[in-house]
Design a protein around this ligand. Structure first.
Ligand SMILES: Nc1ncnc2c1ncn2[C@@H]1O[C@H](COP(=O)(O)OP(=O)(O)OP(=O)(O)O)[C@@H](O)[C@H]1O
Ligand SMILES: [Mg+2]
Length: 476
C-alpha cells in the first residue's frame, strides 16, 4: 500500500465517520466515568499522614492556649489573612445527653465543610493525626474546655488547587454535566454539517439540472479527498457528459433536418417530372431510387453517429489481427480504386494484433480510404503506412489530391462538414464519414487527424489522414 493510498484511505468518509463516532463514544464514556466517580465521592478515600502537620498543630495549639485563658473566648477563623483563607475550624463537643454537637466556627461553606463533618463523625479514635483527603487535609482532635464543656478541636485545610483534576472536582455538578454535553453537541453539529452541506449542494445542483440548466456544476467540493468529494467530481463529470451529449444531439438534429431537405426536394422534383412526362419515366424513377438510397445511407450514418456520441452502447472489444483487417478493407475497395486507375500501396507486412471493436474500426478506416480514392487524382497512388510503436499503432493513408484548406483540417471531422458542399453532396457524400470515424477512434482512446502533404516549391500534394490506436484497451 503506497503512502498516497494510505492517506486517501484515512481521509475517506467512512474512516472519518468511524473516528468521529469513536471519539464521541470515548468522550462520553470518559466523562460519564468521571461523573460517576464524582458522585461516588472519592473524598471518602483518605490517607493518614505519617506526621501531624506542623502548621495545623501550631494553629490548634494557639486556639487551645486562647481557650485555656478564657473558655468563653470568641473563636473565629480569621479569613482576612490570606494564610487562613483556606482554613476551616470546627469544634466538636460531647453534650451531656451523649449527643454530638458540631460547632462550625469558620465561614467556609458547602463541600469543604461537609468533608470535615463526615471525618469527625466517622473517625475511629481520638488520636491526634493529620488525614489527607483528595484535596483537603484535616488535623485533630485536640481536647479543650469550651464553654464549660469537653470539646474536641479540629482544623481542616483546603490543599492548594494544584491540578486540573482538583479544579474539575470542585466544579458544580450541573457544570460537570454541561461540559460533555456541550463538547458532544458541538462535535455532532460539526459532523452533521460536514455531512449535510455537500449533500445539500449536490441536491441543489441536481434540481437545477433537472430544470434544464445543464451548465450547473457542484463547486467547492472538488478538493475534498473523501467519498463526498469523489461524488461531487463524478457528478460534475456526469453533468459535463450530459451537456456535451445533449448539445451534440441538438446540433445533430438541426443538421439532419437541414440535410434531409435536399434529397427530399430532389425526390419530389423527380416524382413530379415522372408524373408530368408520360413516357421516359424510367430515368426519373432511377433518380428517385438514388435519392432514396442516399437518404437511407444518411439515416444509417446519423444513427451510428448518434449512438457513438452518446456512448451508451459499450464497445465490442476483442483481440483481432489489425493487419488482416486492413488488407480485407483494401481488397474491398480495390474495384473502386481500379475504376479511377488508382493504385493502393500498403507497407503492412508483420501481423499486428490489437484489442478493439473491429466492426467500428473497419468502418472508420474504410471511410478514410474511400475519401482518399474519391479525392485523389486519376492514375495516382494511395499510400498506406502502418507503424507499430510498442503500445500503439499508427496508420496513415495519404493521397495525392488537392488536400483541404488549412482551416478545414479540423472541421472535416465535424458532422455534415464538406469542403465543397455542393460538389461533395453531388458525389453522394453525407459529410458524416469522418465524424463517425472520429467518434469510433476516440471511443478506443485513440486519435485521428489530417495533414496536408506539401512538397517544397509545390502546391498541396494531397491529404494524409493518420489514425493512432492503443493496442490494448483498458477500462472497457
Ligand atoms: N482525402 C481527402 N482529400 C480532400 N478532401 C477530403 C478528403 N477526405 C475528406 N475530405 C473532405 O472532408 C469532407 C468530410 O469527409 P467525410 O468523410 O466526413 O464526408 P463525405 O466523404 O463527404 O461523406 P460520407 O463519408 O459521409 O459519405 C469531405 O466532404 C471532403 O470535403
Ligand atoms: Mg467520406
Amino acid at each position: 500500500m503506497s503512502l498516497i493510498s494510505i492517506r486517501r484511505y484515512l481521509s475517506s468518509f467512512s474512516v472519518k465517520l468511524f473516528l468521529w463516532f469513536w471519539f464521541i463514544t470515548l468522550t462520553s464514556i470518559t466523562v460519564s466515568r468521571f461523573i460517576t466517580n464524582q458522585l461516588l465521592n472519592d473524598d471518602n478515600i483518605s490517607i493518614v499522614a505519617e506526621q501531624v502537620n506542623k502548621e495545623d498543630l501550631h494553629f490548634l495549639n494557639r486556639i487551645k492556649a486562647k481557650l485555656a485563658q478564657n473558655p468563653f473566648a470568641q473563636i473565629q477563623n480569621n479569613h482576612k489573612r490570606k494564610k487562613h483563607r483556606r482554613t476551616d475550624l470546627t469544634l466538636w463537643t460531647q453534650l451531656p445527653s451523649d449527643r454530638l454537637k458540631v460547632d462550625k466556627l469558620s465561614k467556609q461553606k458547602g463541600r469543604f465543610n461537609d468533608i470535615l463533618k463526615k471525618h469527625i463523625q466517622t473517625r475511629e479514635n481520638d488520636t491526634l493525626q493529620s488525614v489527607v483527603y483528595s484535596h483537603t487535609r484535616i488535623t485533630g482532635p485536640i481536647p479543650v474546655i469550651y464553654k464549660n464543656q469537653q470539646t474536641l478541636l479540629f482544623v481542616s485545610k483546603k490543599m492548594p488547587r494544584k491540578t486540573f483534576q482538583h479544579f474539575l472536582k470542585e466544579m458544580p455538578l450541573w457544570l460537570k454535566l454541561m461540559i460533555p454535553l456541550t463538547i458532544s453537541f458541538t462535535l455532532c453539529i460539526v459532523l452533521a454539517r460536514s455531512l449535510s452541506k455537500p449533500v445539500l449542494k449536490m441536491k441543489d445542483a441536481t434540481l437545477k439540472i433537472a430544470q434544464g440548466d445543464l451548465s450547473t456544476r457542484v463547486t467547492g467540493l472538488n478538493t475534498r479527498q473523501d467519498e463526498l468529494g469523489g461524488l461531487a467530481r463524478c457528478f460534475n463529470q456526469m453533468a459535463d457528459k450530459l451537456e456535451t451529449n445533449i448539445s451534440a444531439q441538438q446540433r445533430l438534429l438541426g443538421d439532419v433536418s437541414h440535410e434531409l431537405r435536399s434529397p427530399l426536394t430532389r425526390l419530389q422534383m423527380a416524382l413530379a417530372l415522372a408524373q408530368q412526362k408520360g413516357e421516359d419515366q424510367e430515368q426519373y424513377f432511377e433518380r428517385c431510387q438514388k435519392e432514396i438510397n442516399q437518404l437511407d445511407e444518411m439515416i444509417a450514418h446519423v444513427l451510428t453517429l448518434s449512438r457513438l456520441e452518446n456512448s451508451f452502447k459499450p464497445l465490442n472489444i476483442a483481440s483481432f489481427s489489425f493487419t488482416r483487417l486492413l488488407k480485407s478493407i483494401i481488397s474491398d475497395q480495390q474495384l473502386l480504386a481500379e475504376n479511377k486507375q488508382v493504385n493502393i500501396e500498403c507497407n503492412a507486412k508483420e501481423d499486428i494484433t490489437i484489442q478493439g471493436d473491429s466492426h467500428l474500426l473497419s468502418g472508420a478506416i474504410t471511410n478514410v480510404l474511400i475519401n482518399a480514392i474519391k479525392h485523389t487524382t486519376q492514375n495516382s497512388t494511395i499510400k498506406i503506412a502502418l507503424i507499430d510503436n510498442n503500445h500503439q499503432l499508427s496508420l496513415t493513408i495519404s493521397d495525392s489530391g488537392n488536400g483541404v484548406p488549412e482551416d478545414a483540417l479540423v472541421k472535416i471531422f465535424t458532422a455534415f462538414y464538406r469542403v465543397n458542399s455542393a460538389r461533395d453532396r453531388e458525389t453522394g457524400g453525407t459529410g458524416l464519414g469522418l465524424a463517425i470515424a472520429k467518434q469510433a477512434i476516440t471511443a478506443h482512446q485513440g486519435k485521428i487527424f489530417a495533414q496536408n502533404i506539401s512538397l517544397t516549391n509545390k502546391e498541396h500534394q494531397g491529404l494524409a489522414v493518420t489514425i493512432e490506436l492503443p493496442k490494448s484497451q483498458v477500462n472497457q
